[in-house]
Ligand binder design. Sequence first.
Ligand SMILES: [Zn+2]
Ligand SMILES: [Zn+2]
Length: 261
Amino acid sequence: MIDLHNHSYFSPDSEAPLEGIVAKALREGLSIIGISDHDDLDTSFSFSYRLKDLPAYMESLSRLKNDSPLKVLTGLEVGIQSAVNTPPEGDFDYFIYSVHGVPGLTDINASDIWTLYLEEAIEAVREFEVPGFFGHIDFLRRYISGHRPLDNSMLLSELLKKLILYNIGIEINTSGWRAPYNEPSPQPWIIEKYLELGGRYVTIGSDSHRVEDVGSYVQRAIDLLKRLGAKEIFYCENKNYRSISISEREFGNSVSSSSSR
Ligand SMILES: [Zn+2]
Ligand SMILES: [Zn+2]
């Protein structure tokens, strides 16, 4: 089992020690853990979270990879926006590409919030060198009063098609199952739509900011993917997509196939 979205003390909004994250991953029975600390590229938003120290981050993760009894992947949650979408260079395995800001937005409860967010996301996405997964597509639900979900729209289809065109995956972000609305991010119908449109690269991320959330609801996400007819889940290693079969009755750790993008 895998969890590709975890924040450590290299993110300004987490204090989780890397060793603690790995220890919890082992207790959860995970075979692959990805560290993906925040690096919001556009710092004009008040809530932008820059990575604390890139060289120290890379060095710590390289040490963790060598010392850990499970596979550790070097990721980064790159906050992309239409204004800035050039991720840092380095020895990364993958990125989580997230759009955290909506330019010019003054009211999170504006009736056209989803239109504005999707327009920004479509503008921010382009062909990237490093493979990865678009983060928590409908995460603004966390902040909208009543947690109003994203509507099915032409803009959503346009975003999903653009992700597919550029070989960008999506994640089942399980943090929504820890939120009051108790649904993954994005909602299952959006994951289904991505698959129907021809998308393949779906991964799972807890979006943990605390050690206790590492690996949370990963099995539930796998069950959801199986229900949607998916046969595999993906992660990236050395900037290549790799798959793990989830079709066997006994879901194991074996890597059944790998494919580069
Ligand atoms: Zn995020
Ligand atoms: Zn995150």
